[in-house]
Design a protein. Structure first.
Length: 186
């Protein structure tokens, strides 16, 4: 009884030649080294682009809402009504109603001093209750500062820019926009 070889002779020679061939191995090493770097740069670009779009949408929506306040429609402005108006103008901010928090305080026109403080009052998704701390409609002819803080989850939280960006305790990135206006006298 004769034993059949595992591979036929021509196929065995081809496999040996393929295993010994050194052509193309340098490209594999280069690819293995450079691909993660290029992928990180690409994904960081996508993350920064989305962040820029969100920041632009938020600032534009805040400007349009402040314009409505300056014109003075006569209605009472509350945190909720102003947030709904900003989110309506923003359009593409995901979960805007639950991720946007506003601060509005009067300030002195001569010294431009206010009690808004250094850090913005943002929604903390790690906490169940997020009280409104600084929202005042002010008086007629009074300079008002309005600061909006929008929090969102990064698209790629463990890669590139999404990993390096400053985040709060819940892992959210904060976008802040500020605007000033004067309450119209009647």
């Amino acid at each position: 009884m004769t034993r059949e070889p595992a591979m036929s002779h021509p196929l065995r020679g081809y496999v040996r030649r393929f295993a010994r061939d050194q052509r193309g191995t340098v490209a594999v090493v280069d690819f293995a080294i450079l691909f993660p770097i290029l992928l990180t740069m690409f994904l960081s670009g996508v993350e920064m682009g989305m962040m820029t779009v969100r920041q632009t949408l938020m600032e534009h929506a805040l400007d349009r809402a402040v314009r409505d306040l300056r014109i003075g429609t006569g209605e009472e402005v509350t945190h909720e009504s102003l947030r709904r108006r900003i989110c309506g103008y923003a359009g593409l901010l995901p979960h805007c109603e639950t991720s946007l928090k506003l601060e509005m305080r009067p300030t002195d026109m001569r010294t431009f001093s206010t009690k808004l403080g250094g850090a913005a009052d943002c929604i903390n998704r790690a906490e169940t209750v997020n009280p409104i701390r600084a929202f005042s409609n002010g008086q007629r002819s009074e300079l008002m500062l309005l600061r909006a803080c929008y929090v969102f989850n990064p698209i790629f939280p463990n890669i590139g820019f999404g990993f390096q960006a400053a985040k709060n305790e819940a892992g959210d990135i904060q976008l802040i926009a500020t605007s000033a206006f004067v309450n119209e006298p009647t």
